[in-house]
Write a protein that binds this ligand. Structure first.
Ligand code: RIB
Length: 314
């Protein structure tokens, strides 16, 4: 049986400037290079899963501008089902000016554009197709009401969901997301959501457990070069990061989530899927850009062979 992933989320045009250093207030600096790429947390996650061979459909909105057709063509090129991608008349596409420093560290601004028009009705319109998904992924670059609606709709239909609460939204109502299956914040998003400190490992576990006490089944905290923590009501498991020389960390979290989704729908094994996802995310930061950095199944297999040879193939 083919298992399918749905993404109800964002797409952006990434305007990436590689800088020697960030300018200070009032300062003009020359930067060495610039690239335009297809990004957005939702589309990135969709493409990462599709690159590994998953069947993926996306519910998203593009603008009425020069970027829209390219975004659509890019999703099609990666094999993502775009039947529920619509253009919004009179709106710009979502754009993300991004600055990447020589260390690979990134700073991102987002302008939601047409992503702000992905309303709950879009989920109802796509319901017949979403119903055949085994896992639905969401992020916070679309209206919060749409995220709530998707989680509640999916719970009523017995479909598992994953929410990546990025960018962090302090006003996210925990009682409206408590039916989500997987919550995947980084440590600062976890602090925002829980209202608790996340400076130490013990604090991270306590903050994740606070969210689990609200009804969320599984919290997966991404910690960059420190890997990730899988936290449930009765277990904490450390997912080790793979050490690489980073060139561009932009979209690494999305690579992690999209690849986790692929392996999870294939195996239903959370821990094994997270271990594969940590390797996939590490590979993504060895290349520049977001979606164009993501490995195909073969590239991933080669990278795993050299960087995580003891990890079983799943
Ligand atoms: O997570 C990385 C993504 O965040 C970028 O692709 C950018 O578009 C923003 O959405």
């Amino acid at each position: 049986m083919t298992r399918k992933i749905g993404v109800v989320g964002s797409n952006m045009v990434d305007l990436i400037t590689y800088v020697d250093r960030m300018p200070g207030p009032g300062e003009t600096l020359e930067a060495p290079s610039f690239e335009i790429g297809c990004g957005g947390k939702g589309a990135n996650q969709a493409v990462a899963a599709a690159r590994l061979g998953a069947q993926v459909m996306m519910v998203t909105r593009v603008g009425d501008d020069v970027f829209a057709d390219n975004t659509l063509a890019n999703l099609v090129r990666f094999g993502v089902d775009t039947r529920h991608v619509r253009k919004v008349p009179g709106r710009s596409s979502g754009v993300a000016p991004i600055f990447v420093e020589p260390s690979g560290e990134n700073s991102i601004l987002i302008v939601k554009g047409a992503n702000a028009d992905l309303l709950p009705a879009a989920v109802d319109e796509a319901a017949a197709d979403l119903q055949s998904c085994n896992l639905i992924l969401m992020q916070m670059e679309v209206p919060t009401e749409t995220v709530y609606h998707t989680i509640e709709w999916a719970a009523r239909h017995g479909i598992e969901t994953l929410l990546n609460p990025a960018p962090a939204a302090a006003d996210l109502a925990l009682e409206r997301i408590r039916h989500v299956t997987f919550l995947v914040p980084n440590e600062s998003e976890l602090a925002t959501l829980s209202g608790l400190p996340t400076d130490t490992d013990a604090q991270i576990v306590a903050a994740a457990r606070f969210l689990i006490a609200q009804g969320i089944r599984v919290v997966i905290v991404t910690l960059g070069r420190r890997g990730a923590r899988l936290v449930t009501a009765d277990t904490v498991v450390e997912i080790q990061a793979v050490s690489v020389a980073p060139r561009d960390t932009t979209g690494a979290g999305d690579a992690f989530i999209g690849s986790f989704a692929h392996f999870y729908v294939k195996t239903q094994d959370v821990l094994a899927s997270l271990q594969q996802a940590a390797v996939y995310a590490a590979h993504s930061i060895t290349r520049l850009g977001t979606q164009k950095a993501y490995a195909s199944a073969q590239e991933f297999a080669d990278f795993r062979q050299t960087h995580a040879p003891d990890l079983p193939v799943i």
